[in-house]
Design a protein around this ligand. Structure first.
Ligand code: GAR
Length: 204
C-alpha cells in the first residue's frame, strides 16, 4: 500500500478532505501522519476525530536538528503532501525526498506566488488586481517558494462582486475536487502526472 505524510499549518480542511477521500476508497492509501508547525491548530483536532497520527513540531525540530527529517525517513512516505503548510521546506528534507514533495498553491502560478503569498493574502492580491479568473496550482517543491515544476492547474471565474471570502471559497472548492485525485494519480503513475489546465466552466 502507498503511504503519504501530510504537512499543514492551518485549519486543515484539505487534510481532512484528503483523508476522507482515501477512507472512501477502502483506505487504498495510508495517511501515515499529519505534521503541523502550529500548536493547538484545528488540524490536530481533525486528526483526533479521524484517528490519524497528528504530530506537532517546532522550529528547532524542523530547521536546527534532524528530528522531522528522521521521522520522515522512518515513515518512508511515497509522497509528502503540503496542504496549507506555510514554512519553507529545509534543503535537507528536499534533498532526501527528490520529486516526492508536492504543494498546493491557491492561485495560478507563476502569478501570486512567493514569500508572504498564502491564504487570503493571495486572494486579496487577486481581487486588488481585478483578475477575472484564479485557480489552484499543484506543483513539486524545490528550494524556492512556489517555483517547483507544475503538475496540475485548474481555474475558476471570479467577478468584481466577489469578496475575498468568495474567492477563497471558490478556490477551496477546486482544491477539494482535484487535490486528492492528483495525489492518487501521482501515486499510481508519477510519470503520467497531468500538465493540463481545464477550461473554466461557463458562468450561469
Ligand atoms: C489552502 O487554500 C492552500 O491552498 C493554501 O492554504 C489553504 C489552507 O487551507 N496554501 C497556501 O497558501 C500555501 N502558500 P486549509 O487549511 O483549510 O486546507
Amino acid at each position: 500500500m502507498k503511504r503519504i505524510v501530510l504537512f499543514a499549518s492551518g485549519s486543515g480542511s484539505n487534510v481532512e478532505n484528503i483523508i476522507r477521500y482515501f477512507h472512501g476508497k477502502r483506505n487504498s492509501v495510508d495517511v501515515a501522519a499529519v505534521l503541523t508547525n502550529k500548536r493547538g491548530s484545528k488540524v490536530l483536532d481533525r486528526c483526533n476525530n479521524l484517528n490519524i497520527n497528528g504530530l506537532y513540531f517546532n522550529r528547532n525540530a524542523f530547521y536546527e536538528t534532524d528530528c522531522v527529517l528522521d521521522i520522515l525517513k522512518a515513515l518512508k512516505p511515497d509522497l509528502i503532501i503540503l496542504a496549507g503548510f506555510l514554512w519553507k521546506m529545509p534543503k535537507k528534507i528536499i534533498q532526501n525526498f527528490p520529486d516526492k514533495i508536492v504543494n498546493i498553491h491557491p492561485a495560478l502560478l507563476p502569478k501570486y506566488g512567493g514569500k508572504g503569498m498564502y491564504g487570503n493574502h493571495v486572494h486579496q492580491a487577486v481581487k486588488d488586481n481585478q483578475e477575472t479568473e484564479t485557480g489552484i496550482t499543484i506543483h513539486y517543491v524545490n528550494e524556492s517558494y512556489d517555483e517547483g515544476a507544475s503538475i496540475f492547474q485548474a481555474k475558476t471565474i471570479i467577478s468584481s462582486d466577489d469578496s475575498v471570502e468568495d474567492i477563497a471559497k471558490k478556490v477551496h472548492t477546486l482544491e477539494y475536487e482535484h487535490f486528492p485525485k492528483v495525489i492518487e494519480k501521482l501515486l499510481s503513475s508519477p510519470e503520467t502526472a497531468e500538465k493540463e489546465v481545464p477550461t473554466p466552466p461557463k458562468e450561469g
